[in-house]
Ligand binder design. Structure first.
Ligand code: FEO
Ligand code: CA
Ligand code: CA
Ligand code: CA
Length: 579
């Protein structure tokens, strides 16, 4: 790495101006390569993408829709290569009116279109390599390439596995399960697996569930009798009249081993069931493994898991089950700058049969209710939570919460009708992530510069303000890179802003990237050398249609709709991103 000029700080890149247009833009001196787009081949002999010829069979061999989280793991396993690795990408949801000619509404999809839509969810795993000319390429004949879909066989593991509440028409043991969808953010573990969070799973289901015992749980999740998605119209699996327990199989963190394409993904019930934005693992000084996760819904909670076992740097096989046993905690914040982690343990405190909890499995399945009873603090949509690898401090992206009232304002959620969000910083005492109490502070309160209630470094430029922090990443120097979802509501394109988190430039956010109109920016992820930044451009042209899109990014061909894509940003001539 080039030496850092302390006086100037480490983020010396030229700031990009605000704007809102059909293009992706990066800071002057940087370049963005479109690496892979919806419909691109992931295997040899995959037919070329043609939206007029799309079928389920084709989609199963192609990159899925609405890429969100990105993880990059180096090849070979155990190396920290920055020029060859596996890209693992979530496909959160589909925008049917932008996918199919004629712009059909979601509920008007044919059975084949529905099956295309289903197959476009889940994840893609694809090997990528940096070529001599500085361009990245997909390696189509790689044995690692894989599509994971809502049909992929998976297993429930941990305390809720085998619970009778998980028995369905398709799972007679509550252990076998199938598929993942609604995958939002995620994380890469120190042992090279991917954690992907199942988030807005409610919208995939329909059908009257009044006969189910899970009504309270489902209503809290947002399940409704009305079908809002075509899946349940064509497949009884997603129709709660026919298969009432199926929603209990989603809302989990799924662990995937990208280095073993035959591996069965595991739903880690020890991390609880809620609208997981993602999960990020940190190895504590004593080698306990700590995972942080947010429940991204208005007034929901922040969670921490601590493993029972210990991370073993030389025993990957043992690490692969670390997330099955341990203790889950929810967070309660106090006005004095302290916060407490409250354990979600069956039989302790209010988590007893009198309150409907008959086992640890019940606690994992009804996390939200358990956290209510413990007095966790309702947050402004906790999204990505990450640990700064340099300082060990924990950062939480809180996107927004327009429903918070003046009476509900508290320390970490300081504004009523919060439309722009904030970034929360938590400091474990002495760097101990297993401590019962941390301290907290707000790093910044987002929104238009100068607007009442915002909080930034006083020297941010006219382009330095942001809105709706959603995902984040740290570079190798410990600088925070914030990606947004919803800045368009404040009149500017979504994108990425970077800031130092300590010292004189703390909260001096600078804009680095702008998405094309209608898109949010997800999954920023650095290669280990901080010279490549992978970015997920999700739902470009969002809010328009296949036939009349706001943008045709990235192809700008009259024959193609806008396509969600992963781009890789590099510095022209090479060098550290941010310099
Ligand atoms: Fe899928 Fe929380 O954004
Ligand atoms: Ca997100
Ligand atoms: Ca992240
Ligand atoms: Ca979001």
């Amino acid at each position: 790495l080039a030496p850092v000029n302390k006086a100037q700080g480490s983020l010396t890149f030229t700031e990009l101006a605000h704007g809102l247009d059909p293009y992706l833009s990066v800071s002057p001196g940087y370049q963005a390569q479109v690496l892979v787009s919806w419909g691109d081949a992931l295997f040899p002999n995959t037919p070329a993408f043609d939206p007029n010829m799309q079928t389920e069979q084709r989609q199963l061999k192609q990159f899925g829709y609405n890429n969100d989280f990105i993880g990059f793991v180096s090849l070979p396993l155990g190396s920290s290569a920055s020029d060859r690795g596996l890209l693992v990408v979530n496909h959160e949801y589909c925008s049917s009116e932008m996918m199919f000619p004629g712009s059909p509404s979601e509920m008007a999809l044919s059975e084949e279109q529905t099956n295309v839509n289903i197959a476009a969810h889940g994840l893609s795993v694809v090997e990528i390599a940096l070529q001599a000319d500085g361009q990245w390429q997909l390696v189509l004949n790689s044995p690692y390439n894989r599509r994971i879909t809502p049909h992929t066989p998976m297993q429930m593991t941990g305390p809720a596995a085998g619970s009778r509440r998980l028995f369905t028409r398709y799972s007679t043991d509550g252990i076998q399960t199938r598929g993942t969808y609604g995958n939002c953010a995620g994380g890469v573990t120190p042992w090279g697996t991917i954690l992907t969070g199942e988030e807005n799973v409610d919208g995939f289901f329909g059908g009257d569930f009044s006969a189910s015992n899970e009504g309270e749980n489902y209503r809290r999740f947002g399940m409704a009798s009305d079908f809002r998605c075509s899946w349940g119209l064509h497949h009884e699996r997603w129709d709660m009249r026919h298969n009432p327990a199926e929603p209990m199989h989603v809302g989990w963190v799924v662990e995937i081993d990208p280095y073993d394409p035959q591996s069965v993904p595991k739903k880690r019930t020890a991390l609880g069931r809620f609208k997981h934005e993602g999960a990020n693992v940190f190895v504590n000084a004593d080698n306990k493994v700590v995972a942080y996760s947010g429940d991204d819904q208005q007034f929901e909670y922040l969670y921490r898991f601590i493993s029972k076992g210990y991370y073993q740097p030389d025993n990957r096989q043992a690490n692969l089950s670390l997330l099955d046993e341990g203790t889950l905690y929810c967070a309660r914040f106090a006005a004095d700058g302290s916060m407490q982690w409250l354990p979600l343990v069956f039989g302790q405190g209010p988590l007893t049969p009198e309150n409907g909890f008959h086992s640890q499995a019940d606690v994992q399945l009804d996390c939200r209710k358990a956290a209510d009873l413990l007095g966790a603090t309702p947050m402004d949509r906790p999204e990505d939570v990450e640990v700064n690898p340099v300082t060990g401090q924990v950062y939480v992206m809180l996107t927004n919460n327009s429903r918070r009232t003046e009476a509900q304002v508290d320390g970490p959620n300081p504004r009523a009708e919060n439309r722009a969000g904030q970034v929360l910083e938590m400091t474990p005492p002495g760097g101990d992530h297993c401590a019962e109490q941390f301290n907290w502070e707000l790093l910044l309160v987002a929104g238009k510069k100068g607007q009442a209630g915002t909080q930034y470094h006083p020297d941010i430029s006219e382009n330095g303000w942001l809105a709706c922090p959603d995902n984040c990443a740290f570079d190798s120097l410990g600088n925070l890179w914030i990606a947004t979802d919803g800045a368009e509501s404040a009149g500017i394109a979504d994108g990425i802003w970077a800031t130092e988190v300590n010292g004189p430039n703390r909260a001096l956010t600078k804009r680095f990237l702008r998405t094309p109109q209608g898109a949010e920016l997800c999954g920023p992820f650095f290669t280990p050398d901080t010279q490549n930044l992978f970015c997920s451009v999700q739902h470009p042209g969002g809010g328009s249609s296949f036939d009349n899109p706001k943008t045709r990014w990235p192809d700008f061909s009259d024959d193609l709709p806008p396509r969600p894509s992963v781009v890789v940003v590099t510095k022209q001539g090479g060098g550290r991103i941010g310099s």
